[in-house]
Design a protein around this ligand. Structure first.
Ligand code: THU
Length: 161
């Protein structure tokens, strides 16, 4: 037996102005669309902004339901809509932000496991890593590729076809 160490890479920024202009714009778009989230149950408003390789910007926010399990996260709303509208176009970057009753989260927003899995699928589908930008008041994290968000992910090749 031996222990394998798996490293992940996270770039940490202390404020919005430190980021490249394109990332700043993406975060601001995510913050804006988070205001339109339908989150009457959790009151946790999430916004996601997807920048595609063709320059298109696709926005999404969380959509809840009285039957709680029927809702969908902002990231998946945005990614699925992007794939529906532009099926052959890779995703360049994705910004995620969230607000609770105190406003923008202090620490970077952490996408749920299912959203991470969908990000992995998108990367495999287009054979290209996504620049993932996680917004927070104190720090903003940038992760180049979902492998750092979901190490040892379940990938299509495991299916053997
Ligand atoms: N939510 C997201 O939109 N994205 C995530 O990655 C985590 C959670 C939403 C789902 C639900 O509407 C609310 O936040 C509380 O879990």
């Amino acid at each position: 037996m031996h222990t394998r160490e798996i490293k992940i890479f996270v770039q940490e920024f202390d404020n919005l102005a430190e980021l490249p202009e394109k990332d700043q714009q993406l975060i601001l778009s995510a913050r804006e669309v988070s205001k339109d989230a339908y989150a009457p149950y959790s009151k946790f408003h999430v916004g996601a902004a997807v920048l595609l390789e063709n320059g298109e910007l696709i926005l999404g926010n969380n959509q809840e339901n009285a039957d709680f399990t029927d809702g969908l996260c902002a990231e998946r709303v945005a990614l699925f809509y992007a794939h529906a509208k532009f099926p052959g176009v890779p995703v360049r970057s994705l910004a995620v932000t969230a607000c609770n009753s105190h406003g923008l989260l202090e620490q970077p927003t952490q996408p749920c496991g299912s959203c991470r899995q969908v990000m992995v699928e998108t990367e495999v589908r287009f054979n290209q890593p996504i620049r993932i930008i996680l917004d927070g008041k104190k720090h903003i994290h940038v992760i180049e590729g979902a492998d750092s968000l979901l190490p040892m992910a379940f990938k299509p090749k495991a299916l053997g076809s």
